[in-house]
Design a protein around this ligand. Structure first.
Ligand code: URA
Length: 231
């Protein structure tokens, strides 16, 4: 719950005093009722408009970052740069990564301050497909598609992984689609197949694709459509 004036200043470029002035002028509505009190508490389900236009909900921000290798996706690390430190955003301490990538992996990292959206994307039951370009140390063998389809048993696990699919790029490179996020899953899948994943680059999560215009280290806000495709 946030005060209305704070909510407006979080969600727009306006200062709190601008917000107070607009409220006084009678152009701010909460759920279609004219707002009069800047201190009124607002929750995320309420629709706030200024001169008839809905403002985005305060604190709900969604980004895609093209994570370079060498950057950690956890929020705090004493020895390496964090993904969030590459993002020049206000209140960056409220941002969380939705779906980790290892330090040596690169590509599509989703970042948000919407905990519910993050949970919908990353909960073990969500099943959103993630696609990675994987470079292997040893050439792929003809059995790989079948082994991946039946689910690989990782060292130290009791249950097989969910089925994965692969698209062959060449003998050493594939696009691998998985729908889970076990710890170091892809590295462990190829270790179990007596191979070694040399590099991993994620380029798609659900229907959200890494924007080819983003250079490593660059990021952009998600479009409303990209946000909406995580249901
Ligand atoms: N699987 C891995 O092993 N590492 C990643 O970064 C992502 C998936």
């Amino acid at each position: 719950m946030l005060r209305l004036d704070k909510y407006i200043s979080n969600a727009t470029d306006l200062s709190r005093s601008d917000a107070k002035r607009l409220i006084k002028n009678g152009v701010v509505c909460i759920d279609n009722e004219i707002a009069t009190n800047p201190a009124q508490k607002i929750n995320d389900d309420q629709d706030i408009t200024i001169e008839g236009s809905t403002i985005s909900k305060a604190g709900k921000r969604y980004f895609m970052l093209n994570k370079p290798a060498g950057v950690v996706s956890v929020t705090k690390d004493n020895n390496n740069p964090t993904a969030i430190s590459l993002m020049y955003e206000h209140r960056s301490e409220e941002l969380q990564v939705a779906g980790l990538l290892d330090i040596d992996s690169s590509g599509l990292l989703l970042v948000t301050d919407d905990g519910q959206w993050n949970h919908r994307l990353t909960s073990p039951r969500s099943g959103y497909a993630k696609i990675y370009r994987v470079e292997l140390a040893e050439a792929i063998t003809p059995e790989y598609p079948q082994l991946l389809a039946q689910g690989v048993l990782l060292e130290g696990e009791k249950h097989r992984c969910m089925p994965a699919t692969m698209e062959i790029i060449d003998d050493y490179n594939i696009n691998l689609t998985i729908a889970e996020g076990k710890y170091h899953q892809i590295k462990r899948i190829f270790a179990a197949l007596d191979n070694h994943a040399v590099s991993l680059h994620r380029f798609k999560v659900g229907d959200i694709e890494l924007d080819p215009k983003l250079q490593p280290g660059e990021y952009r806000p998600l479009t409303p459509l990209e946000v909406a495709c995580i249901l």
